[in-house]
Design a protein around this ligand. Structure first.
Ligand code: ZN
Ligand code: ZN
Length: 354
């Protein structure tokens, strides 16, 4: 279990005497225990897990590095008493996550304590994956790759987008996926020009592109991949668009390494599109970080001010969408290292005609 390491990193960067972590994902990230309620109180050298009757026993057993505290209801009064006992006058909280109602209840329960926002301290920490997180993402991605490989036998003219999506989801479950990382996208023909279109009853036909964007969930972690295949045949124009997207992706992946600006990676992919006159049809950013959530910080975008760091996991997903005609997107997941990156997506990318 790596959670003590995560807690130590969090404790080292506390912006106040102590912090509370109340959101399900961040509490799970730091404690290793997934529940739908509870508060983690973290000081520089102590950890308490305030849990109600539904979780108290499990927390006592499964989170050995935290002292379990039984609470009634939300536990704000018990938290206030604990803070008073520990002499905590300044408490950080998840201002990006907490509801206004919870904040008001917290303020009311501890009038003498000043509350400080954690801002993006936890999202920033979560951007750098540890070994355990990387292996869960790799497992989720290997489920995704295997399902795609098997799905290729199913895709043909005559099946519907919805049938393809359903088959893909069944295959991911069969290969050990524990759920979907997000709603599966399967769009063909003119629908493929909508980057995030939903699968419909459209029947795949000769000369269509089919774009599949999908991912599995495994032990709370996601994978995310996109492939575009042609049905029956591909015109020269389809091949040119496909080749341009693939080149943009490959060049961007070659550039990725710790220390490289996120914005510049996006700009490189855009410059490849520009050479072929397709730049205006690349209508989204190049990629995003992910982990427990499918979209995390930082992004590979024109607006990003961030720099890549070793340990980040990023998607690289350029696309060209010709409105009312067709679209192509290709997406891989990469793990950023000091000297480059490791591609976590094994599925081939040459144009397949099925
Ligand atoms: Zn995707
Ligand atoms: Zn993505």
């Amino acid at each position: 279990m790596k959670q003590p390491g995560r807690l130590t990193r969090f404790q080292q960067s506390l912006p106040a005497q102590a912090a509370i972590v109340t959101s399900n994902l961040n509490r799970y990230y730091l404690s290793g225990f997934l529940g739908t309620a509870g508060t983690l109180l973290v000081t520089k050298d102590k950890v308490f897990y305030l849990a109600d009757g539904r979780y108290f026993e499990a927390v006592s057993q499964k989170v050995p590095f935290a002292k379990a505290v039984l609470v009634k209801s939300k536990g704000w009064d018990e938290l206030a008493a604990l803070c008073a006992e520990l002499g905590i006058g300044q408490l950080a909280f998840e201002d990006l996550e907490m509801t206004v109602a919870s904040y008001r209840a917290l303020e009311k329960a501890m009038p003498g304590v000043s509350l400080v926002g954690l801002a993006d301290a936890l999202p920033r920490q979560r951007a750098i994956k540890d070994e355990q997180e990387l292996s869960l993402i790799q497992k989720a991605q290997s489920v995704t790759d295997r399902a795609y490989q098997e799905l290729l036998n199913f895709i043909r003219a005559g099946v519907t987008e919805r049938e393809v999506a359903h088959r893909l989801e069944e295959l991911m479950a069969g290969f050990g996926g524990q759920g979907l990382a997000f709603d599966t996208i399967a769009v063909a023909g003119t629908h493929s020009s909508q980057p995030h279109g939903r699968p419909s009853d459209y029947v795949l036909a000769d000369g269509d592109f089919l774009t599949l964007d999908f991912g599995a969930a495994y032990e709370g972690y996601c994978s995310d991949m996109t492939r575009t295949v042609a049905i029956g045949h591909a015109t020269d124009e389809m091949r040119l668009v496909y080749g341009t997207v693939l080149e943009a992706q490959q060049r961007a992946i070659e550039m990725i390494a710790a220390g490289v600006s996120c914005r510049e990676v996006d700009a490189l992919a855009r410059s490849v599109m520009q050479k072929q006159g397709f730049e205006q049809y690349f209508v989204h950013s190049l990629g995003h970080s992910f982990g427990m959530e499918i979209h995390e910080q930082p992004g590979l975008s024109q607006a990003s001010e961030q720099t890549l760091e070793a340990g980040m996991v990023m998607t690289v997903e350029p696309g060209i969408y010709l409105p009312g005609r067709f679209g192509v997107r290709i997406e891989d997941d990469v793990f950023v290292t000091q000297t480059g990156c490791i591609n976590l997506t094994a599925s081939p990318k040459e144009l397949l005609i099925l």
